[in-house]
Design a protein around this ligand. Structure first.
Ligand code: GRF
Length: 206
């Protein structure tokens, strides 16, 4: 069984990404897999509530404590996940976790990295920047995590046309549909052992 741990942070996420990944495990879009644990930073989060509502195992590890990094690592090691999926995690992943789970931590970003990425570029900030710039194509990027924000090797990207006159919110909604297709597709490739990384380059075996 391919075990997935999901990391989220803060109290703002809606939880649609984590629910989508959990559903993808149940409906076979990600074969022979399960979401073994959802780790949040606060219990006062709609995403954590949704995870509990659908019966997922939840743990809260507060980043306020100075032992956040060892506690997060110990919590992850309780389930020994094959993959850690960030699903609205707005922090840098602690170095101890990065090295313990090298190339086993993924994220989805709601733009075509490296465009519209980096610190502070999350949620509506991304789509507003896309709107303001006037790009005609945007999309989402599934990538491995490294020590910086949004700079790890790219696994899969999905493009989204920006319709003439679309508002930032309409762009966000279109991109979210693409995200909910792209993230399970990328995780499925990893679960099937078809993904390898050479430096910055990710290769997917057919
Ligand atoms: C997603 O849009 C994803 O791109 C980003 O965080 C957002 C989480 O949305 N990493 P939700 O809370 O899962 O709906």
């Amino acid at each position: 069984m391919f075990k997935i741990a999901i990391l989220i942070s803060g109290a703002h996420g809606r939880g649609s990404t984590l629910i989508n990944l959990a559903n993808a495990c149940k409906d076979g879009r990600i074969p022979d897999s399960e979401v073994a644990l959802v780790i949040g930073t606060t219990g006062a989060s709609p995403a954590i509530e949704r995870a509990r509502e659908v019966g997922l195992e939840v743990a809260i590890v507060s980043p306020k404590a100075e032992d956040y990094s060892p506690k997060l690592l110990a919590t992850l090691n309780r389930v020994k996940p094959d993959l850690i999926c960030l699903a609205g995690y707005m922090r840098r992943v602690p170095d101890a976790v990065l090295s313990a789970y090298q190339h086993r931590i993924t994220n989805i970003h709601p733009a075509l990295l490296p465009a519209f990425g980096g610190q502070g570029m999350y949620g509506s900030h991304v789509h507003q920047a896309v709107y303001d710039y006037g790009v005609k194509v945007t999309g989402c990027t599934v990538h491995y995590i490294d020590a910086e924000y949004d700079t790890g090797p790219i696994i899969l990207q999905q493009t989204v046309e920006v319709p003439d006159g679309a508002t930032a919110d309409e762009i966000a909604a279109k991109v979210l549909v693409a995200e909910h297709a792209a993230y399970p597709a990328a995780v499925a490739l990893i679960a099937q052992g078809r993904v390898s990384v050479e430096g910055r380059i990710v290769r997917v075996a057919s």
